[in-house]
Design a protein around this ligand. Sequence first.
Ligand code: PMP
Length: 326
Amino acid sequence: MTTHREPLDSVLEAVGETPLVRVHAAPEEVPVYAKLETFNPGASVKDRIGKHMLERMLEEGTVSPGGTVIEPTAGNTGIGLAVAAGRLDLEAVFVVPERFSVEKQQLMRALGAEVVNTPSEDGMSRAIERAHELAEELDGAVVPQQFSNPLNAESHYATTAPEIYDALDGEVGAVVAGMGTGGTLMGIADYAAERGSDALMVGVQPEGSTYGDLLGEETEEGEYKTEGIGTHDVSTNELVDPERLDDLKTISDRAIHEEMARLASEEGHLVASSAAANSLAALEVAAAIRDGDVDAPHETVVTVFCDSSERYLSKGVYRPFEEWQG
Ligand code: PMP
């Protein structure tokens, strides 16, 4: 449960301590729990890295008050960084491939940030390049670079992971999380390793993403509408250590679309595509544990509901599949 019961001074203090809620489609014998990251002030899991990275970078002197942070982002990281930047006396500029949701771009601007678009077809690698070009042109500017910054994973090691383990008294059988940067899963994996937990660490990606390249699997690159997870070029995903992955689940946009609708209508979760992918993968892992197909140290599975479907209504997430894809 959210533990904020006292008045707080700033939205930054409301980041984290999100509720862990049961997913009822799971087998009785192996419950699945989802961390509801929509409860963060910027309404996504990325508030955690926004706060943690900027606070640490200010402490370390990587950036100074009055300076600028420039970040390539699909949107949620921009929102999380903008929420934190405004409170910590920093300016924020975000480089966003055009195809990502307009709601996110409007929210970043509302929080006081500047948004620069790059062509969708050039992918995230071009957005990363552009962010570095802009940083060179501007004094006092720094690129936190969520794709390679260990502070990204560290924020989950320091907050998400202990929250999960505390809520379940350490009885975590598997953690299932979609990988965008991979920071969420890698941070939790670091924490699990440190406390001697053998919980399985399972990554999730949409069909068309090529994370399998890291595991020596055959991959087939393709387009997908699921936002926030997956990769087209694993060389950009510097935080992902394949040694830390016990499994990688690949879910189709069609199944994800159906699960988004089911989570809303049957379970009251207004969550977006990456959460739906995580839900399906977590249900698969729970069934495999129940059936004895995989060995897990406990009969529980934890996943993450990363952000809200409201952020994607303009993309037709609750419209028929073809309209969402269109
Ligand atoms: N879901 C959504 C909606 C996201 O924005 C992100 C971050 N890109 C993720 C999942 C994946 O998180 P991570 O970058 O920590 O792997």
